[in-house]
Design a protein. Structure first.
Length: 465
């Protein structure tokens, strides 16, 4: 097909890493590009594609994203089917490359040639495919810029591991950090070596060859570190990737929320929340990956009950057996336990007054953007760093302190929840929360820092055709 015959301005193929916390932001980014006239094909792995539940609170949708698949070599079970994480990533690279090339060829021969691949930084190999086809390669970082900066310094050998205990870590664009503020793969050196290789080595292996480097954050949130990293690469902030209707209620057409690997208990959660007073509920969730041990579940559960406030707690099916005995029955007047919920709808509900969170980057950005104060209970990967920023830099919440065994005890949980919902510090935190909510909205509003960056990308893509 000749260029002139196309019915679209440019076509991006979007490739997320196959987990919830990566698919969500890349899907929302795809919707933004699509709103700006870019044709989007989003390719998940076959396993993810077959597992996803579509979540839509609207009967009509203004987005027209096409969904395709590539294979990671584990079509029946994804990463859980692999003998090791190393084996999974190796197969994904080999079979992913092959099936990605086949997909691009197929799209091209059906009159939909691809102009650009937007790929997750966890999987750097799609850039080689983009180069092979002579098309644009744009890498998408799903962590905060601060976390990317830390991993980059380890990659460059500028931050030596293992970190000496009690050392102060000084990195450009970041406040002084303690070893315990570092991502778990750095702080607990040697834990999860395959993930360490992925985030420290793979992510940066070819980033200097990418045409665009996107980070799911917004300039006003991480100004200094963004400025520093933008000197290294063509880095652009494009977040927060939250559907616009949750930010300003203007684009009601953007209701279509996303896809979930879990089945949300939407009606039960929202009906329950709607019957609760304003700012009276602690929403509790640890994202899609972290699994709390039995001790921590017990302390958390009784801590929530002891706070004597309402709580909505997401306990994934895998963890349900670890709930304290008799807990659900005993707390039924105060709490609701569900296996998955529509998190944005929950955070946007005015009954929710605080978010007890593992501080995954999506959850952090969602709470910031919707102005919900947090109680930070980080578990692993980037979450300790996010928790430190939530408490000390953005002043959006309290970090619950763990004991020497790494468990956050019930008294601490109850105190933090009470402090935010009922205490003086809660008032201060709520003020800051309103500020961040406004700044997040401004960043993605027309002419805002992220919106301008996306416009620049779209204009360049379109110019070439
Ligand atoms: C993972 C990492 O843990 C995280 O630290 C990293 O930054 C991204 O990848 P995950 O643990 O799942 O992600 O946490 P998070 O980043 O918070 O993403 C979870 C997503 O699932 C959020 O978008 C949240 O809205 C959604 N969610 C969570 C639901 O829709 N319903 C739920 O009940 C819980």
């Amino acid at each position: 097909m000749e260029k002139g015959e196309r019915t679209y301005k440019a076509h991006c193929l979007v490739l997320p890493y196959p987990s919830q916390g990566h698919i969500n932001p890349m899907l929302q980014f795809s919707k933004l590009l699509n709103h700006k006239g870019i044709k989007i094909t989003l390719a998940n792995t076959i396993f993810v594609h077959n597992t996803m539940h579509k979540i839509s609170s609207s009967s009509s949708s203004s987005t027209s994203i096409a969904f395709e698949t590539i294979s990671d070599g584990y079509d029946e079970g994804g990463i859980t089917q692999a003998e090791s994480i190393e084996a999974y990533l190796d197969q994904f690279r080999k079979i992913g490359t092959k099936t990605l090339i086949e997909l691009i060829d197929r799209l091209s021969s059906s009159g939909n040639p691809v102009d650009c691949i937007v790929y997750d930084a966890f999987i750097p190999w799609p850039l080689d495919v983009a180069k092979k086809f002579g098309i644009v390669g744009a890498v998408f970082f799903t962590h905060s810029c601060a976390v990317d900066n830390i991993f980059f310094h380890v990659h460059q050998g500028l931050l030596k591991l293992p970190l000496p205990p009690d050392s102060e870590i000084l990195l450009p664009g970041l406040p002084p950090l303690q070893p315990s503020d570092m991502p778990s793969f750095i702080y607990v050196y040697g834990s999860y070596p395959a993930f360490f290789t992925m985030v420290v080595d793979d992510q940066f292996s070819n980033v200097d060859k990418a045409d665009w480097v996107f980070c799911n954050t917004f300039y006003e949130l991480e100004e200094e570190v963004v400025d520093w990293m933008a000197k290294l690469w063509p880095l652009r902030t494009i977040g927060p990737t939250i559907p616009s209707m949750y930010l300003d209620k203007r684009r009601e057409d953007d209701r279509e929320y996303g896809f979930s690997l879990f089945n949300p208990n939407s009606d039960a959660c929202l009906t329950w929340l709607n019957a609760k007073p304003k700012r009276s509920v602690a929403y509790v969730s640890f994202g899609s990956l972290a699994e709390l041990g039995e001790d921590q579940m017990e302390e958390l559960g009784w801590g929530l009950r002891n706070s004597n406030n309402y709580f909505l707690w997401v306990v994934r099916e895998k963890e349900a057996a670890r709930l304290p005995k008799g807990f659900v029955e005993e707390t039924s007047g105060k709490g609701l336990v569900v296996s998955w919920c529509p998190q944005l709808d929950v955070l946007a509900n005015e009954a929710v007054g605080c978010f007890v969170t593992h501080c995954g980057w999506n959850s952090t950005l969602e709470a910031l953007s919707l102005g919900v104060p947090m109680v930070a209970v980080p578990q692993w990967t980037d979450q300790s760093t996010n928790a430190r920023f939530i408490m000390d830099v953005w002043k959006m919440g309290l970090k619950a302190q763990a004991d020497e065994k790494g468990i956050v005890r019930r008294e601490e949980i109850a105190n933090c929840v009470r402090e935010i919902l009922e205490g003086e510090r809660g008032k201060e935190i709520r003020k800051n929360a309103s500020k961040w909510k406004e700044l997040a909205k401004n960043a993605v509003d027309e002419g805002g820092s992220s919106d301008k960056n996306i416009d620049e990308f779209v204009a360049k893509l379109v110019q070439n055709y």
